[in-house]
Design a protein around this ligand. Structure first.
Ligand code: GTP
Ligand code: SPV
Ligand code: MN
Length: 589
């Protein structure tokens, strides 16, 4: 590969190497040959395990330490000069103080190890939407994962040599010491430092750290948006394509919606669905006044448990080659992988995610960690859309906010206008999941599914949404969904997965003025007959339960929103007005 001639890059790499003191520095060129060589090193040290190469060609197994299994929000920090720029929802430390503290931890952290320098692009190299980063790391897991999740290699070096700016990403697994783990962002310096973790979102720095936290900060300054959103393409029987984005918190259904298989009834009618992205969207306003989205990633880092032939056959097929499996269970008889609800045939001679002997037929313990994941190339996805490869934005008809809510939130409703939609997004809440360290199943506010990912003051972020709305002549319509409402027996009322298309098609019809609705205190809801439930075993009574808006529940919601908002001294007036209207209308119910 061509040498890096950009002096700024070389000076920075030299400085980081002087601090971390690796034995050598290896530039990653993204070539098959070099990645193969690097992989062999990980196999020889046991950092990674090769899986059955006939059944799972190119696939690897990777295990993290028992506490290093998810994003760590308590140890994720935004370092801005002024505390108020990080805002009340982020952990904040002054940049000087944090650099000093981390420099000590990084001092010599790569001794005896190789430092890999990974030049990567978020977005298709050379497109309007793309941003470049360099990640320095002492983890081969990170090298091989970044080669799947981002675009790595020569074309990125060419951009750097032509003088492109880049995000400075430094990672060391160090001793993987829980008590000294930090994932730190310096937005003012376009810099990310992560130490003492070797898990996913904490260390694949192009993803949540760059594409969302640094991305949202840059987006605010440069007039675009970085969002925790999937991108789905839907073609109707006439072959007309529509695109929607969806923001649901971690482990609340983005990958599943992004890869959905239409129910047979819709397939026969000629509907077709394809995937553009499953986690992150970068959005810009086009010259026609519409909002355009790209997926800046190149792969999927998806939740394994629950993925099966019925719930998400496309995700399953995506993971059959060149995939890294993290913290799933292993079948020692044929050296393959297994996770809860994959099939009814767990291994008897297995190993759980921590490497203990495990018999899936008799054990009451889980084989896979609830946040076990696959890291798979997007090109493997059987329904990946052509637009994914061009990296040109697609025009968004609808934005869908959603959460995991057993109660209160109905199946689907539509915002009255953009600002009302921004209010709905800012007030949304969801039950916590295993995607982040901490208690699971607790309802917490998670505006736009961005609470853990917004790189600046969330009140300013709400204002940015309002401002973007003002600049669009033809903004997307905004909706809210809840696939997770339960009945008296705690069973899900809605079948979910592929059947979620039914709600999406109602939304698209609403965008074209074709579907009915009724006005409620929350916004426009479909009447039971407005949803096409043909072929579904959902009775009108169940639909009624799914769509019910309960006054007492919403009085309670309003209290929760009030409390959440109380930490922001200056919320945009548009949000206050919409909240006041909700309060008045719920009171009238
Ligand atoms: P991140 O990768 O953490 O951002 O998660 P995600 O939003 O992509 O969530 P994902 O699609 O991986 O779903 C997480 C869990 O929710 C899985 O266990 C799914 O089986 C489950 N799930 C997804 N969609 C539905 C649905 O429509 N209904 C029900 N009941 N469960 C769902
Ligand atoms: C999430 O938690 O939303 C994820 C996984 O997509 S991680 O990359 O670890 O953040
Ligand atoms: Mn996510």
């Amino acid at each position: 590969m061509t040498m890096v001639t950009n002096q700024i890059v070389n000076d920075w790499v030299k400085e980081m190497a002087e601090m971390t003191k690796p034995d050598e520095i290896v530039w990653v060129d993204g070539s098959k040959e070099q990645l193969e060589q690097i992989k062999q090193i990980a196999l020889s040290t046991g950092e990674m395990i090769e899986l059955n190469q006939e059944k799972l060609p190119g696939c690897l197994y990777y295990r993290t330490k028992p506490k290093d299994v998810a994003r760590d929000e308590k140890r994720t920090i935004i370092c801005t000069t002024r505390k108020e720029d990080a805002g009340p929802t982020n952990n904040w430390v002054a940049p000087d103080e944090m650099y000093a503290k981390l420099s000590k931890l990084f001092d010599g952290s790569m001794k005896g190890r190789t430092m890999y320098a990974i030049p990567f692009s978020m977005g298709v190299v050379g497109t309007e939407f793309s941003k470049i980063g360099i990640e320095l790391t002492d983890s081969i897991y990170v090298v091989l994962s970044m080669a799947i999740m981002t675009r790595v290699g020569q074309s990125v070096i060419d951009e750097l040599n032509a003088g492109a700016d880049f995000t400075r990403c430094l990672h060391s697994k160090a001793q993987i010491d829980e008590t000294e783990k930090y994932i730190v962002h310096f937005p003012e310096d376009n810099t990310i430092w992560s130490i003492n973790s070797a898990y996913g979102g904490n260390v694949l720095l192009g993803k949540k750290c760059l594409a969302l936290r640094i991305g949202s900060y840059l987006g605010k300054q440069e007039g675009w948006m970085a969002e925790h959103m999937l991108i789905l393409k839907i073609e109707n029987p006439q072959g007309e394509a529509r695109y929607v984005c969806g923001a649901f918190p971690s482990a609340c259904g983005k990958t599943n919606l992004a890869m959905l298989t239409p129910p047979e009834y819709f397939r026969e009618k000629g509907y077709k669905v394809s995937t553009i992205g499953d986690d992150i969207s970068w959005l810009r306003i086009g010259s026609d006044g519409r909002l355009y989205a790209v997926n800046p990633e190149n792969g999927f880092f998806g939740v394994a448990p629950g993925t099966n032939e019925k719930s998400n056959p496309n995700a399953l097929k995506t993971t059959h080659k060149n995939t890294i499996f993290t913290n799933v269970a292993r079948n020692l008889d044929d050296n393959t992988v297994w996770w809860e609800r994959l099939d009814k045939n767990p291994p008897e001679n297995g190993e759980d995610w921590q490497g203990n002997p495990w018999n899936g037929k008799t054990s009451t313990e889980k084989g896979a960690h609830p946040n076990s994941r696959f890291t798979a190339p997007a090109e493997n996805c059987p329904i990946i859309a052509d637009e994914f490869f061009t990296g040109e934005g697609v025009p968004i008809s609808a934005i869908i906010f959603g959460g995991r809510r057993a109660k209160a939130e109905p199946l689907v409703y539509e915002a009255r206008d953009w600002n009302h939609g921004v209010f709905i997004g800012s007030a949304m809440a969801s039950e916590t999941t295993a995607a982040a360290n901490g208690k699971v199943g607790v309802v917490r506010h998670d505006p736009m599914a961005m609470l853990p990912f917004c790189g600046y003051n969330m009140a300013d972020y709400f204002q940015h949404w309002i401002d973007m709305g003002k600049k669009m002549t033809n903004p997307p319509k905004i909706f809210h969904v809840n696939w997770f409402r339960t009945d008296e027996n705690d069973e899900f009322l809605w079948p979910g997965f592929g059947d979620n298309l039914r709600a999406v098609l109602w939304m698209l019809d609403r965008c074209e003025g074709k579907a009915g609705a009724v006005e409620t205190p929350l916004g426009y809801e479909p009447k039971p007959e407005d949803l096409d439930v043909n072929g579904l075993n959902v009775t009108p009574e169940i639909l009624e339960k799914l769509l019910k808006i309960d006054k007492a529940d919403w009085e309670n919601e309003i209290k929760g929103i009030e409390e959440f908002y109380s930490q922001f001294p200056d919320l945009p007036q548009e949000i206050k007005d919409n909240f006041d209207r909700l309060k008045r209308e719920v009171e009238k119910m």
